[in-house]
Design a protein around this ligand. Structure first.
Ligand code: SAH
Ligand code: DHB
Ligand code: MG
Length: 230
């Protein structure tokens, strides 16, 4: 067998095992329910890309929002509202989640899913490009989840800092992308945007930050996490 073929097979086997472990974690520690299932199914039926966070990642966002005692959450990139539902469920009484989505079809599907989850009063969906909407958004937020077009990651991080207080957590999804993040010469605007984000975070004295690689049903990726300290 030629080497490249063997590599492909190894990768498939790894992916299979990561996915099986994800299912194990999800079924034991991040079980689904009717509203979460419906959010994924309706998004799939409407032809939206199937790129929501996984259940265990949704649970992590929920856990972090709980740890924050979050009363105000900001999300950039709603899609069908799956991550929105996880996070909005962690809000304290009377809390609010603001989520920004550029695509009107995605926004429509998300609104239905959020309503079905009984979260219509807790979630404010702002439809439009995040860089147009963010100047109108009032902070500070306790937790901010950045998960939209990756080319603008650094701009979104700047906005997140503006909309933060001491103690805010900022989480950025998809910062590894199968290791593509290592490509210093990448012409892919999404990779360049995320590398710019890493440089910005590294030079930012007002945060304590790190990033973690992840493997699972969505392959090899990762997230960055920053605590605003100043
Ligand atoms: N957070 C979601 C997944 C988001 S996918 C979840 O885990 O369930 C990324 C979303 O960002 C897509 O719906 C896409 O339409 C949206 N998006 C892309 N560019 C955007 C922009 N400039 N402003 C706001 N949303 C944008
Ligand atoms: C993509 C976007 C995401 O937010 C994600 O979690 C996975 C993939 C994408 O644009 O391909
Ligand atoms: Mg994502």
């Amino acid at each position: 067998m030629v080497k490249s073929r063997r590599l492909v097979n190894n990768r498939d086997m790894s992916k299979k095992k990561w996915t099986a472990v994800d299912h194990y974690i999800d079924s034991t520690l991040a079980p689904s329910d009717a509203a979460l299932d419906a959010a994924l199914e309706s998004a799939k039926a409407a032809g939206l890309p199937q790129i929501s966070v996984t259940a265990s990642q949704g649970k992590l966002l929920y856990l972090l929002a709980k740890a924050q005692g979050a009363k105000r959450i900001l999300e950039i990139g709603t899609l069908g509202g799956y991550s929105t539902i996880w996070m909005a469920r962690a809000l304290t009484e009377g809390g609010k989640l603001v989520t920004v989505e550029a695509d009107p079809k995605h926004a429509q599907v998300a609104l239905e899913n959020i309503a079905r989850a009984g979260l219509a009063d807790a979630v404010e969906l702002r439809q439009g490009k995040a860089l147009d909407i963010l100047p109108e958004v009032e902070g500070p937020f306790d937790l901010i989840f950045i998960d939209a077009d990756k080319r603008n990651n650094a701009r979104y991080f700047e906005w997140a800092l503006k909309l933060s207080r001491k103690g805010t957590l900022i989480i950025v999804d998809n910062v590894v992308r199968e290791g593509e993040i290592l490509d210093v010469d990448s012409t892919d605007p999404d990779i360049r945007g995320t590398r710019e984000l890493f440089e910005m975070i590294a030079a930012e004295p007002r945060v304590i930050a790190t990033a973690q690689q992840t493997v699972g049903s969505k392959g090899h990726d990762g997230f960055a996490i920053a605590l605003v300290t100043g």
